[in-house]
Design a protein around this ligand. Structure first.
Ligand code: GLA
Length: 386
């Protein structure tokens, strides 16, 4: 039977197109949906060659109290990924947010370095050799805080001082000698005055780290965009500068909020897709950009719908991701896939580059049985992450 336009599995998937162009492609995932929702698990398995836990590896998720770790959800993701031949990014080892409630009363100037290094040894050590990369430090720059070095006044800065960044990277390398160690940040994508400043401070930070021999392999550009955002040349120059410094670049958390776009849905989706295309086409053409992830796969679970500042004036849910609420591919999917294809690489043998999304022909592809998935996970869980 001829495939419908909505069948984007196999050779039509993002992961297959990525593989043909030397690019890992994927999304942030939630272990509860992987386990509980077959459509979600199937879509992630079909489309992603790399996944990242949306929350399950953050401090607040892993650290129920000051002395114990709970790895169950994080392990579930690693097991799922390995069973689907996917790579995993770890996110994240050191951030000013998602700290557990006990943190403030327990972690002091006297013991903060010890808490940080012990956490990194335990968490990065547990997954050593199994992860593609770690976001070692997330969002350490905030120009508005007014420091000459651009560093954010985070709890880590206040407790340890600027050396916390170096400490985190060095400890991560000791704990996992193979994961690519990444500095990850947002608000560095565009050529607005604020973002140009911030991008400059991120570059200075990375240069300082390299000058001190700190192990850093990549920079993550989160890429939380708004429909209509137009990337300038600044980002491409930044990526090329990083390439000259021998660093990879990852698009780590892309989504495109559509709160400025009026209904109907078709126009909102077209606007979101245009931003995907305008942003990803030049970025993915850069050879040191080796990974592209969206922050979620389906509009059903976008974090934007939980955010007050991102909510739409008409009260409608946002549509920022490649698949809609019902797991149908959206124009953003095809824009992302075209951008991947624009990257230098081989043609995909056997792939048909058929017409773009046709919203009048929805069809749900076949589902992978939940029982089958459970069976795979059960078999793997005994051999992995013990
Ligand atoms: C930042 C963090 C992510 C996530 C998003 C919003 O970008 O890096 O972990 O929390 O905010 O969900």
């Amino acid at each position: 039977m001829a495939p419908t336009l909505n069948d984007v599995s196999g050779l039509r998937s993002l992961r297959a197109h990525g593989a043909a162009h030397g690019l890992l492609v994927g999304c942030a995932v939630n272990p509860d949906h992987l386990d509980g929702e077959p459509d979600y698990a199937r879509t992630v398995a079909e489309q992603a060659s790399i996944v990242v836990p949306e929350n399950a590896m953050k401090w607040a998720a892993l650290r129920p109290n000051a002395t114990q770790y709970d790895f169950r959800k994080a392990d579930d993701i690693v097991v799922f990924a390995l069973s689907h031949e996917q790579k995993v990014r770890g996110h994240n080892l050191c951030w000013h947010e998602a700290l557990p409630s006990w943190f403030a009363g327990t972690v002091t100037k006297e013991n903060a370095a010890q808490y940080l290094t012990q956490h990194i040894r335990t968490v990065a050590g547990r997954f050593a050799g199994k992860l593609h990369s770690w976001d070692v430090v997330n969002e350490a720059i905030d120009v508005k805080d007014g420091r000459p070095d651009g560093l954010r006044n985070s709890p880590w800065l206040e407790l340890i001082g600027p050396s916390y960044i170096e400490l985190a990277f060095r400890t991560a390398r000791e704990a996992d000698g193979t994961a690519l160690l990444t500095y990850n940040d947002y608000g560095i994508e565009l050529d607005t005055p604020e973002q140009i400043d911030k991008r400059g401070q991120v570059m200075m930070l990375v240069r300082r780290l390299q000058a001190r021999g700190v192990p850093i392999d990549a920079v993550g550009i989160q890429s939380h965009l708004s429909a209509g955002d137009v990337p300038g040349d600044g980002l491409i120059h930044f990526i090329r500068e990083l390439r000259a410094m021998n660093l990879q670049v990852f698009v780590t958390e892309m989504d495109v909020n559509d709160r400025k776009l009026a209904e109907p849905v078709a126009e909102r989706d077209a606007g979101v897709a245009k931003t995907y295309r305008d942003y990803l086409t030049p970025v993915l053409a850069e050879p040191n950009v080796t990974v592209a992830l969206t922050w979620g796969i389906t509009d059903r679970y976008t974090w934007l719908n939980g955010l007050q500042h991102a909510s739409r004036a008409d009260g409608k849910p946002e549509r920022p991701l490649p698949f809609d609420y019902d797991y149908n591919p959206k124009p953003a999917f095809f824009a992302e896939r075209d951008s991947i294809d624009g990257r230098p690489g081989q043609a995909l043998p056997g792939a048909d580059h058929y017409a773009p999304f046709n919203p009048t022909q929805p069809q749900r592809p076949q589902q992978q049985g939940r029982a089958e998935l459970r069976r795979i996970v059960r078999n793997l869980v005994s051999s992995v992450c013990v």
